[in-house]
Design a protein around this ligand. Structure first.
Ligand code: NAG
Length: 312
């Protein structure tokens, strides 16, 4: 029993998404629906791509990798939130808190770099079709994926170590539904100037891929516009348009959340973080496959294979 008392004294409290009971329940119902959709949707994409050798090219291998990261990204926060709700608890240990923060930063960065790799892949395919197979070789593709994971984790390590060194006083109420870097920093009673500076550096590292994405799509558009086929233009615009919607939602919300003074954070902002912790990981598989005939065929094949295997 003493252990329980001890742990509760050291625990942090997750205040939730809004602080209003009805809205809290609404978000939990949303999470309850979104999480299984995110996991199933992304798993189906990975299976469809892995089981179909025709889709073993950079574009689809990168998409499978994005789905892989998205499954983990949504698993960092949502299951804990749902379990806590079932247990009528808002507590999280300091270790749990740091773990959530580490994986959130690492996976969000990896996601960001893989999105850039996907945009780069499309740009090469459209602007330099003759050199595509030499530029996007299997080796280059593995390098892009491994690089994304390395940068993601490298960006998470310093921030997590710097936060682990902080001391916390009486107030342990994190103004979010998970241990987010900014509200956690705000709670500390140590000197956090260096942490804040490093946070801005971290957001910078996170945002580099956005620049690559913009440059890639500008090159795609300028190439497509020079080709006098309106059908080609429309097709490129329709796929790139939906990609750009997700990309701007993703970067817009992350940068809007962290690129401002720490004092301006409040519980109101927690609902912004729902965008990149839960919504974009769920949307990614749909956005990147909905208008894609090959992907639909592969998914159809996957389903019919399962049905035909059942009787044997
Ligand atoms: C991720 O990409 C690499 C390199 O192209 C590939 O070998 C691997 O199968 C992909 N991972 C998944 C889960 O599809």
């Amino acid at each position: 029993m003493t252990e329980e008392n001890q742990s509760s004294a050291l625990d942090f409290i997750l205040l939730g998404v809004s602080g209003h009971q009805e809205q809290e329940t609404l978000f939990l119902i949303l999470f309850l629906f979104m999480y299984p959709i995110t996991v199933t949707g992304n798993l189906l994409i990975i299976l469809a791509i892995c089981c179909n050798s025709r889709l073993h090219n950079p574009m689809y291998l990168l998409l499978a990798n994005l789905s892989f990261v998205d499954i983990f990204l949504s698993s960092v926060t949502i299951p804990k939130t749902l379990v806590n709700y079932l247990l009528h608890s808002k507590a999280i240990s300091f270790g749990g808190c740091l773990t959530q923060m580490y994986f959130m930063i690492a996976l969000a960065n990896t996601d960001s770099y893989i999105l850039a790799a996907m945009a780069y892949d499309r740009a090469v395919a459209i602007t330099r079709p003759l050199h595509y197979t030499t530029i996007m070789s299997p080796r280059a593709c593995v390098l892009l994926v491994v690089g994304s994971w390395v940068v993601g984790n490298a960006n998470a390590v310093p921030h997590t170590l710097l936060t682990a060194r902080l001391s916390f006083c009486a107030n342990k109420e994190v103004a979010n539904f998970y241990c987010d870097a900014a509200p956690l920093l705000k709670l500390s009673c140590s000197d956090i100037h260096f942490n804040v500076k490093m946070m801005y550096v971290g957001v910078g590292v996170f945002s580099v891929p956005l620049l690559c994405i913009i440059i890639s799509y500008v090159r795609v558009f300028s190439t497509v516009l020079r080709v006098p086929s309106t059908k080609g233009v429309r097709k490129a615009f329709s796929t790139c348009g939906s990609h750009l919607t997700v990309v701007s939602l993703y970067y817009g919300t992350v940068m809007g959340m962290y690129l401002r003074p720490l004092t301006s954070y409040s519980l109101k902002d927690a609902s912004i973080t729902v965008m990149y912790t839960a919504v974009t990981p769920m949307l990614n598989p749909f956005i990147y496959t909905l208008r894609n005939g090959d992907m639909k065929a592969a998914l159809g094949k996957l389903c019919s294979k399962r049905i035909s295997l059942k009787p044997t």
